[in-house]
Design a binder for this molecule. Structure first.
Ligand code: C2O
Ligand code: CU
Ligand code: CU
Length: 468
Protein backbone atom coordinates (compact mmCIF):
# COMPACT_ATOMS: atom_id res chain seq x y z
CA UNK A 1 0.00 0.00 0.00
CA UNK A 2 1.28 3.41 -0.83
CA UNK A 3 0.78 6.24 1.62
CA UNK A 4 0.57 9.52 -0.24
CA UNK A 5 2.49 12.46 1.18
CA UNK A 6 -0.73 14.33 1.84
CA UNK A 7 -1.94 11.76 4.35
CA UNK A 8 0.99 12.11 6.72
CA UNK A 9 -0.69 12.36 10.06
CA UNK A 10 -0.04 15.11 12.50
CA UNK A 11 1.54 12.54 14.79
CA UNK A 12 4.07 11.52 12.17
CA UNK A 13 4.68 15.11 11.30
CA UNK A 14 5.39 16.02 14.90
CA UNK A 15 7.54 12.95 15.44
CA UNK A 16 9.58 13.88 12.40
CA UNK A 17 10.01 17.48 13.55
CA UNK A 18 11.16 16.28 16.95
CA UNK A 19 13.60 13.78 15.50
CA UNK A 20 14.88 16.30 13.15
CA UNK A 21 15.08 19.02 15.73
CA UNK A 22 17.24 16.78 17.88
CA UNK A 23 19.58 16.10 14.99
CA UNK A 24 19.69 19.79 14.17
CA UNK A 25 20.47 20.66 17.77
CA UNK A 26 23.53 18.42 17.56
CA UNK A 27 24.46 19.82 14.19
CA UNK A 28 24.14 23.54 14.86
CA UNK A 29 21.75 26.38 15.60
CA UNK A 30 21.01 27.57 12.08
CA UNK A 31 19.38 24.30 11.15
CA UNK A 32 17.28 24.23 14.30
CA UNK A 33 16.09 27.72 13.63
CA UNK A 34 15.10 26.59 10.15
CA UNK A 35 13.16 23.69 11.64
CA UNK A 36 11.23 25.91 14.03
CA UNK A 37 10.55 28.41 11.34
CA UNK A 38 9.26 25.67 9.06
CA UNK A 39 7.16 24.14 11.80
CA UNK A 40 5.50 27.46 12.60
CA UNK A 41 4.42 27.84 9.02
CA UNK A 42 2.91 24.36 9.16
CA UNK A 43 1.39 22.45 6.27
CA UNK A 44 2.92 19.81 4.09
CA UNK A 45 4.76 22.04 1.69
CA UNK A 46 6.37 23.89 4.55
CA UNK A 47 7.26 20.87 6.56
CA UNK A 48 10.58 21.51 8.27
CA UNK A 49 13.21 21.12 5.62
CA UNK A 50 16.51 19.81 6.82
CA UNK A 51 19.75 21.11 5.37
CA UNK A 52 21.37 18.90 2.75
CA UNK A 53 24.17 17.07 4.47
CA UNK A 54 27.33 16.37 2.55
CA UNK A 55 28.88 13.04 3.53
CA UNK A 56 32.46 13.04 4.79
CA UNK A 57 35.03 12.49 2.05
CA UNK A 58 37.56 9.70 2.58
CA UNK A 59 40.53 8.80 0.44
CA UNK A 60 39.90 5.20 -0.61
CA UNK A 61 43.54 4.58 -1.50
CA UNK A 62 44.96 5.19 1.94
CA UNK A 63 44.23 1.88 3.67
CA UNK A 64 41.09 2.91 5.51
CA UNK A 65 38.71 0.85 7.60
CA UNK A 66 35.03 1.04 6.71
CA UNK A 67 32.65 -0.20 9.39
CA UNK A 68 29.24 -1.55 8.42
CA UNK A 69 27.03 -1.25 11.48
CA UNK A 70 24.33 0.85 13.11
CA UNK A 71 23.91 4.17 11.38
CA UNK A 72 21.91 7.37 11.32
CA UNK A 73 21.29 10.29 9.03
CA UNK A 74 18.77 13.12 8.78
CA UNK A 75 17.10 11.98 12.01
CA UNK A 76 16.58 8.43 10.69
CA UNK A 77 18.13 5.28 12.06
CA UNK A 78 19.19 2.13 10.34
CA UNK A 79 22.44 0.65 9.12
CA UNK A 80 25.28 2.72 7.81
CA UNK A 81 28.95 2.77 6.87
CA UNK A 82 31.00 4.45 9.60
CA UNK A 83 27.71 5.18 11.36
CA UNK A 84 26.42 7.38 8.54
CA UNK A 85 23.47 7.19 6.13
CA UNK A 86 24.62 7.51 3.40
CA UNK A 87 28.19 6.42 4.07
CA UNK A 88 31.27 8.56 3.45
CA UNK A 89 32.07 9.56 -0.12
CA UNK A 90 35.12 7.54 -1.11
CA UNK A 91 37.47 9.14 -3.58
CA UNK A 92 40.53 8.07 -5.46
CA UNK A 93 42.44 8.94 -8.59
CA UNK A 94 42.89 6.78 -11.63
CA UNK A 95 46.08 4.76 -11.15
CA UNK A 96 45.72 4.48 -7.38
CA UNK A 97 44.73 1.28 -5.62
CA UNK A 98 41.55 1.05 -3.64
CA UNK A 99 42.53 -0.18 -0.17
CA UNK A 100 39.56 -0.48 2.15
CA UNK A 101 39.05 -2.94 4.98
CA UNK A 102 35.41 -3.73 5.63
CA UNK A 103 34.63 -4.45 9.29
CA UNK A 104 31.29 -6.15 9.73
CA UNK A 105 29.52 -4.91 12.86
CA UNK A 106 26.11 -6.01 11.54
CA UNK A 107 24.19 -8.97 12.94
CA UNK A 108 24.37 -10.73 9.54
CA UNK A 109 26.85 -11.39 6.72
CA UNK A 110 27.65 -8.58 4.33
CA UNK A 111 30.08 -7.59 1.57
CA UNK A 112 30.95 -4.44 -0.35
CA UNK A 113 30.40 -4.27 -4.06
CA UNK A 114 32.15 -1.35 -5.82
CA UNK A 115 29.40 -0.66 -8.31
CA UNK A 116 31.03 0.76 -11.44
CA UNK A 117 34.62 -0.23 -10.66
CA UNK A 118 36.23 -2.99 -12.67
CA UNK A 119 37.34 -4.94 -9.63
CA UNK A 120 39.09 -8.30 -9.95
CA UNK A 121 36.60 -11.11 -9.26
CA UNK A 122 37.80 -11.77 -5.71
CA UNK A 123 37.45 -8.08 -4.83
CA UNK A 124 34.06 -7.50 -6.44
CA UNK A 125 32.01 -8.24 -3.31
CA UNK A 126 29.99 -10.91 -5.08
CA UNK A 127 27.29 -12.92 -3.31
CA UNK A 128 29.67 -15.77 -2.49
CA UNK A 129 32.24 -13.45 -0.90
CA UNK A 130 30.46 -12.68 2.34
CA UNK A 131 32.07 -11.36 5.50
CA UNK A 132 30.63 -12.90 8.67
CA UNK A 133 29.41 -10.75 11.57
CA UNK A 134 32.45 -9.63 13.55
CA UNK A 135 34.72 -10.38 10.59
CA UNK A 136 36.77 -8.16 8.32
CA UNK A 137 37.98 -8.25 4.73
CA UNK A 138 40.56 -6.11 2.99
CA UNK A 139 39.60 -5.00 -0.52
CA UNK A 140 42.77 -4.09 -2.38
CA UNK A 141 43.07 -3.62 -6.13
CA UNK A 142 44.37 -1.08 -8.66
CA UNK A 143 41.86 1.24 -10.29
CA UNK A 144 42.93 1.84 -13.88
CA UNK A 145 39.66 3.13 -15.30
CA UNK A 146 38.81 6.70 -16.17
CA UNK A 147 37.05 9.23 -13.93
CA UNK A 148 33.47 8.42 -13.01
CA UNK A 149 30.63 8.59 -10.52
CA UNK A 150 30.25 5.21 -8.84
CA UNK A 151 28.88 3.91 -5.58
CA UNK A 152 29.35 1.12 -3.09
CA UNK A 153 26.77 -1.06 -1.41
CA UNK A 154 26.38 -4.54 0.12
CA UNK A 155 25.86 -7.53 -2.17
CA UNK A 156 25.49 -10.59 0.10
CA UNK A 157 23.47 -13.46 -1.29
CA UNK A 158 19.75 -12.87 -0.80
CA UNK A 159 20.20 -9.91 1.56
CA UNK A 160 21.18 -7.03 -0.68
CA UNK A 161 17.80 -5.25 -0.77
CA UNK A 162 17.32 -5.34 2.99
CA UNK A 163 20.78 -3.99 3.70
CA UNK A 164 20.61 -1.22 1.13
CA UNK A 165 17.11 -0.23 2.28
CA UNK A 166 18.37 0.05 5.85
CA UNK A 167 20.89 2.63 4.68
CA UNK A 168 24.07 0.93 3.50
CA UNK A 169 25.25 2.87 0.45
CA UNK A 170 27.77 5.56 -0.41
CA UNK A 171 29.25 7.39 -3.37
CA UNK A 172 32.60 6.48 -4.86
CA UNK A 173 34.29 9.00 -7.13
CA UNK A 174 37.21 8.31 -9.43
CA UNK A 175 39.06 11.37 -10.68
CA UNK A 176 41.62 11.75 -13.45
CA UNK A 177 43.59 14.31 -15.45
CA UNK A 178 41.15 14.41 -18.37
CA UNK A 179 38.40 15.52 -16.01
CA UNK A 180 40.64 17.95 -14.11
CA UNK A 181 41.47 19.74 -17.36
CA UNK A 182 37.80 20.70 -17.74
CA UNK A 183 37.85 22.70 -14.50
CA UNK A 184 34.34 21.56 -13.56
CA UNK A 185 32.87 22.88 -10.29
CA UNK A 186 34.80 21.43 -7.37
CA UNK A 187 35.02 21.69 -3.61
CA UNK A 188 31.89 23.33 -2.19
CA UNK A 189 30.48 23.59 -5.75
CA UNK A 190 30.28 19.81 -6.07
CA UNK A 191 27.41 18.15 -4.25
CA UNK A 192 26.69 14.45 -3.88
CA UNK A 193 23.04 13.40 -4.09
CA UNK A 194 22.37 9.88 -2.93
CA UNK A 195 18.68 9.48 -3.76
CA UNK A 196 16.33 6.82 -2.52
CA UNK A 197 12.89 6.39 -1.04
CA UNK A 198 11.96 5.33 2.47
CA UNK A 199 8.88 4.06 4.17
CA UNK A 200 7.70 6.00 7.17
CA UNK A 201 6.70 3.50 9.83
CA UNK A 202 6.39 6.19 12.49
CA UNK A 203 9.49 5.14 14.43
CA UNK A 204 12.18 6.82 12.36
CA UNK A 205 13.77 3.51 11.44
CA UNK A 206 14.61 2.47 7.91
CA UNK A 207 13.27 -0.97 7.18
CA UNK A 208 12.46 -3.33 4.36
CA UNK A 209 9.90 -5.94 3.34
CA UNK A 210 10.45 -8.58 0.69
CA UNK A 211 7.81 -7.75 -1.86
CA UNK A 212 9.51 -9.80 -4.47
CA UNK A 213 7.88 -8.95 -7.72
CA UNK A 214 6.73 -5.43 -6.85
CA UNK A 215 9.82 -4.30 -5.04
CA UNK A 216 9.74 -2.31 -1.84
CA UNK A 217 8.46 1.20 -2.34
CA UNK A 218 8.81 3.95 0.19
CA UNK A 219 6.37 6.80 0.68
CA UNK A 220 8.99 9.48 1.25
CA UNK A 221 11.86 10.74 -0.85
CA UNK A 222 15.31 10.90 0.66
CA UNK A 223 18.42 12.73 -0.47
CA UNK A 224 21.62 12.14 1.49
CA UNK A 225 19.56 10.58 4.25
CA UNK A 226 17.12 13.48 4.71
CA UNK A 227 13.60 14.13 3.47
CA UNK A 228 13.41 17.03 0.98
CA UNK A 229 16.62 18.72 2.12
CA UNK A 230 17.71 22.19 1.10
CA UNK A 231 21.24 23.23 0.22
CA UNK A 232 22.00 26.93 0.58
CA UNK A 233 24.41 27.75 -2.20
CA UNK A 234 25.86 30.88 -3.80
CA UNK A 235 24.89 31.96 -7.32
CA UNK A 236 27.32 29.73 -9.22
CA UNK A 237 27.42 26.59 -11.32
CA UNK A 238 27.22 23.38 -9.27
CA UNK A 239 28.07 19.84 -10.17
CA UNK A 240 25.69 17.25 -8.76
CA UNK A 241 26.83 13.65 -8.46
CA UNK A 242 23.61 11.71 -8.40
CA UNK A 243 23.00 8.03 -7.73
CA UNK A 244 19.70 6.22 -7.45
CA UNK A 245 20.23 4.08 -4.35
CA UNK A 246 16.57 3.06 -4.01
CA UNK A 247 15.89 -0.66 -4.09
CA UNK A 248 13.07 -0.49 -6.63
CA UNK A 249 11.96 3.03 -7.50
CA UNK A 250 12.71 4.67 -10.84
CA UNK A 251 13.07 8.45 -10.51
CA UNK A 252 12.18 10.79 -13.34
CA UNK A 253 14.45 13.63 -12.40
CA UNK A 254 13.57 17.08 -13.52
CA UNK A 255 15.68 20.14 -12.72
CA UNK A 256 13.10 22.61 -14.07
CA UNK A 257 13.45 25.17 -16.86
CA UNK A 258 14.45 28.28 -14.93
CA UNK A 259 18.17 27.50 -14.84
CA UNK A 260 20.33 25.75 -17.41
CA UNK A 261 21.10 22.14 -16.51
CA UNK A 262 23.56 19.95 -18.37
CA UNK A 263 24.18 16.23 -18.33
CA UNK A 264 27.93 15.78 -18.07
CA UNK A 265 28.14 12.08 -17.52
CA UNK A 266 26.57 8.84 -16.40
CA UNK A 267 27.61 5.42 -15.06
CA UNK A 268 30.87 5.20 -16.98
CA UNK A 269 32.12 8.77 -16.67
CA UNK A 270 31.86 11.80 -18.91
CA UNK A 271 29.79 11.86 -22.10
CA UNK A 272 31.47 12.89 -25.37
CA UNK A 273 29.77 16.27 -24.96
CA UNK A 274 27.42 17.96 -22.49
CA UNK A 275 23.70 17.58 -23.22
CA UNK A 276 20.95 19.91 -21.96
CA UNK A 277 19.00 18.10 -19.25
CA UNK A 278 15.23 17.84 -19.38
CA UNK A 279 13.57 14.91 -17.66
CA UNK A 280 16.00 12.07 -16.96
CA UNK A 281 14.89 8.59 -15.97
CA UNK A 282 17.26 7.21 -13.35
CA UNK A 283 16.65 3.64 -12.25
CA UNK A 284 18.22 1.88 -9.26
CA UNK A 285 21.98 1.68 -9.69
CA UNK A 286 22.26 4.35 -12.41
CA UNK A 287 24.26 7.56 -11.91
CA UNK A 288 23.99 11.02 -13.33
CA UNK A 289 26.67 13.70 -13.39
CA UNK A 290 24.67 16.90 -13.68
CA UNK A 291 25.74 20.54 -13.87
CA UNK A 292 23.15 23.09 -12.77
CA UNK A 293 24.04 26.64 -13.56
CA UNK A 294 22.85 29.06 -10.91
CA UNK A 295 25.23 31.81 -12.03
CA UNK A 296 23.17 34.97 -12.27
CA UNK A 297 20.43 33.69 -9.95
CA UNK A 298 19.07 36.19 -7.44
CA UNK A 299 19.22 35.63 -3.71
CA UNK A 300 16.27 33.52 -2.58
CA UNK A 301 15.71 31.84 -5.95
CA UNK A 302 15.41 28.07 -5.87
CA UNK A 303 16.18 25.17 -8.11
CA UNK A 304 14.34 22.00 -7.22
CA UNK A 305 15.31 18.54 -8.29
CA UNK A 306 11.90 16.97 -8.68
CA UNK A 307 10.74 13.48 -9.54
CA UNK A 308 8.04 13.65 -12.16
CA UNK A 309 6.99 10.04 -11.61
CA UNK A 310 6.06 10.57 -7.96
CA UNK A 311 5.53 14.34 -7.91
CA UNK A 312 8.14 14.60 -5.18
CA UNK A 313 10.65 17.33 -4.57
CA UNK A 314 13.84 15.41 -3.90
CA UNK A 315 16.17 18.27 -3.03
CA UNK A 316 16.30 22.04 -3.36
CA UNK A 317 19.17 24.41 -4.01
CA UNK A 318 18.40 27.81 -2.54
CA UNK A 319 20.53 30.72 -3.64
CA UNK A 320 22.12 32.89 -0.97
CA UNK A 321 23.30 36.41 -1.54
CA UNK A 322 26.90 35.63 -0.64
CA UNK A 323 29.44 36.81 -3.21
CA UNK A 324 31.26 34.06 -5.09
CA UNK A 325 34.94 34.58 -5.70
CA UNK A 326 35.38 31.61 -8.02
CA UNK A 327 35.28 30.90 -11.73
CA UNK A 328 31.91 29.15 -11.53
CA UNK A 329 30.05 32.37 -10.79
CA UNK A 330 29.97 33.10 -14.52
CA UNK A 331 27.49 31.31 -16.78
CA UNK A 332 28.93 27.92 -17.64
CA UNK A 333 29.83 27.45 -21.29
CA UNK A 334 30.03 23.79 -22.26
CA UNK A 335 33.32 22.88 -23.92
CA UNK A 336 33.17 21.51 -27.48
CA UNK A 337 34.08 18.07 -26.14
CA UNK A 338 34.03 16.67 -22.62
CA UNK A 339 35.69 13.38 -23.19
CA UNK A 340 36.92 10.89 -25.70
CA UNK A 341 34.68 7.82 -25.89
CA UNK A 342 35.90 4.99 -28.09
CA UNK A 343 32.87 3.61 -29.93
CA UNK A 344 32.57 -0.17 -29.68
CA UNK A 345 31.99 -1.81 -33.05
CA UNK A 346 30.28 -5.14 -33.63
CA UNK A 347 32.18 -7.18 -36.22
CA UNK A 348 30.13 -9.33 -38.60
CA UNK A 349 29.37 -12.60 -36.85
CA UNK A 350 29.60 -10.96 -33.44
CA UNK A 351 28.59 -13.20 -30.55
CA UNK A 352 24.97 -12.36 -29.81
CA UNK A 353 23.30 -13.29 -26.52
CA UNK A 354 19.70 -12.80 -25.50
CA UNK A 355 18.45 -12.29 -21.98
CA UNK A 356 14.77 -12.33 -21.17
CA UNK A 357 13.90 -10.65 -17.88
CA UNK A 358 10.67 -12.22 -16.73
CA UNK A 359 9.23 -12.48 -13.21
CA UNK A 360 12.39 -12.88 -11.20
CA UNK A 361 14.20 -15.07 -13.64
CA UNK A 362 16.54 -14.43 -16.54
CA UNK A 363 15.85 -16.80 -19.42
CA UNK A 364 13.69 -18.79 -17.03
CA UNK A 365 16.59 -19.50 -14.66
CA UNK A 366 17.14 -18.38 -11.13
CA UNK A 367 20.61 -17.52 -9.82
CA UNK A 368 22.97 -20.41 -9.27
CA UNK A 369 26.16 -19.15 -7.73
CA UNK A 370 28.04 -22.35 -8.43
CA UNK A 371 27.22 -22.72 -12.12
CA UNK A 372 28.05 -19.85 -14.46
CA UNK A 373 25.58 -19.62 -17.33
CA UNK A 374 28.09 -18.83 -20.11
CA UNK A 375 31.66 -17.82 -20.93
CA UNK A 376 32.80 -14.62 -22.62
CA UNK A 377 36.18 -14.04 -24.25
CA UNK A 378 38.12 -11.21 -22.75
CA UNK A 379 38.80 -8.29 -25.09
CA UNK A 380 36.13 -9.30 -27.63
CA UNK A 381 33.02 -7.19 -28.37
CA UNK A 382 29.71 -9.00 -27.91
CA UNK A 383 26.15 -7.87 -28.47
CA UNK A 384 23.77 -8.54 -25.59
CA UNK A 385 20.06 -8.11 -26.08
CA UNK A 386 17.86 -7.54 -23.03
CA UNK A 387 14.13 -8.17 -23.37
CA UNK A 388 11.56 -7.24 -20.77
CA UNK A 389 8.68 -9.33 -19.55
CA UNK A 390 6.47 -9.58 -16.50
CA UNK A 391 7.75 -7.54 -13.57
CA UNK A 392 9.21 -4.62 -15.60
CA UNK A 393 10.82 -2.19 -15.26
CA UNK A 394 14.11 -4.01 -14.83
CA UNK A 395 17.33 -1.99 -14.46
CA UNK A 396 19.88 -4.37 -15.99
CA UNK A 397 23.36 -4.24 -14.48
CA UNK A 398 26.61 -5.87 -15.61
CA UNK A 399 29.63 -6.38 -13.36
CA UNK A 400 33.20 -6.23 -14.60
CA UNK A 401 32.84 -3.86 -17.58
CA UNK A 402 30.96 -0.92 -19.00
CA UNK A 403 28.88 -1.26 -22.13
CA UNK A 404 27.46 1.01 -24.84
CA UNK A 405 23.75 1.16 -25.56
CA UNK A 406 23.32 0.48 -29.27
CA UNK A 407 19.55 0.46 -29.75
CA UNK A 408 16.21 0.30 -28.01
CA UNK A 409 13.11 -1.00 -29.74
CA UNK A 410 9.58 -1.01 -28.37
CA UNK A 411 8.61 1.06 -25.33
CA UNK A 412 10.49 4.36 -25.45
CA UNK A 413 11.95 3.25 -28.77
CA UNK A 414 15.26 5.13 -28.70
CA UNK A 415 18.54 5.50 -26.89
CA UNK A 416 18.11 8.37 -24.46
CA UNK A 417 20.63 11.25 -24.37
CA UNK A 418 21.93 10.22 -20.93
CA UNK A 419 22.53 6.68 -22.21
CA UNK A 420 25.35 7.65 -24.53
CA UNK A 421 28.96 6.98 -23.60
CA UNK A 422 29.60 4.16 -21.16
CA UNK A 423 26.97 2.54 -18.97
CA UNK A 424 26.87 -0.32 -16.47
CA UNK A 425 23.14 -0.26 -15.77
CA UNK A 426 20.40 0.27 -18.33
CA UNK A 427 16.69 0.65 -17.73
CA UNK A 428 14.48 -1.90 -19.44
CA UNK A 429 10.89 -0.70 -19.37
CA UNK A 430 7.91 -2.89 -20.24
CA UNK A 431 7.84 -3.92 -23.90
CA UNK A 432 11.42 -2.86 -24.53
CA UNK A 433 14.31 -4.61 -26.21
CA UNK A 434 17.68 -3.02 -25.57
CA UNK A 435 20.87 -3.98 -27.41
CA UNK A 436 24.20 -3.19 -25.84
CA UNK A 437 27.76 -3.77 -27.01
CA UNK A 438 30.07 -4.97 -24.29
CA UNK A 439 33.75 -5.87 -24.09
CA UNK A 440 35.43 -7.20 -20.97
CA UNK A 441 38.93 -5.79 -20.95
CA UNK A 442 39.88 -5.58 -17.32
CA UNK A 443 39.95 -9.00 -15.66
CA UNK A 444 39.24 -12.67 -16.27
CA UNK A 445 37.05 -14.62 -13.86
CA UNK A 446 33.45 -14.89 -12.69
CA UNK A 447 31.14 -11.88 -12.97
CA UNK A 448 27.43 -11.16 -12.76
CA UNK A 449 24.53 -9.88 -14.79
CA UNK A 450 21.47 -8.99 -12.77
CA UNK A 451 18.42 -6.86 -12.30
CA UNK A 452 19.19 -3.93 -9.99
CA UNK A 453 15.71 -3.87 -8.62
CA UNK A 454 17.23 -5.35 -5.53
CA UNK A 455 14.21 -7.42 -4.57
CA UNK A 456 14.43 -9.06 -7.98
CA UNK A 457 18.15 -9.60 -7.54
CA UNK A 458 17.66 -11.21 -4.13
CA UNK A 459 14.91 -13.41 -5.54
CA UNK A 460 17.37 -14.75 -8.12
CA UNK A 461 17.13 -12.46 -11.16
CA UNK A 462 20.86 -12.82 -11.64
CA UNK A 463 23.20 -14.86 -13.84
CA UNK A 464 26.83 -15.66 -13.28
CA UNK A 465 29.18 -15.78 -16.27
CA UNK A 466 32.90 -16.19 -16.72
CA UNK A 467 35.35 -13.95 -18.57
CA UNK A 468 38.10 -16.17 -19.96
CU1 C2O B 1 25.06 -2.32 -7.68
CU2 C2O B 1 25.64 -6.23 -8.56
O1 C2O B 1 25.25 -4.34 -8.03
CU1 CU C 1 27.97 -3.64 -9.96
CU1 CU D 1 13.84 -6.86 -12.33
Amino acid sequence: MRLPDESLTRRVFLARSARWGAAAALGGGGALEGALHGARRGGRRDEPRPPLTVPTVRHAASGIALVAGQGAGGGWHGWGYDGAIPGPTLELRRGESLDVTLCNALPEPTSVHWHGLHAPPGMDGQPMQQVAPGGAFRYLFPVAQRAGTHWYHPHPHGRTAGQVARGLAGLLLVRDDEEDALALPRGARELPLVLRDARDRGDGRLGHRRWWLLGYRGDLPMANGAVRPVARVPAAAHRLRVVNAATARVFRLYPGERFPAWILGNDGGLLPEAVRAGEVALSPGERLDLLVDLAGARAGERLTIACRASGWTLATLEVTGEPVPDAWARPWVPPAALSHVEPLVAEPGVVHREFHFFGHWINGRGFDMHHPAFTVRRGVVERWRFRSGLGSPHPVHVHGAHFQVEARRGGRGRVMPWERGWKDTVLLEGGERVDVLVRFDAHAGPYLLHCHRLEHEDAGMMLGFVVA
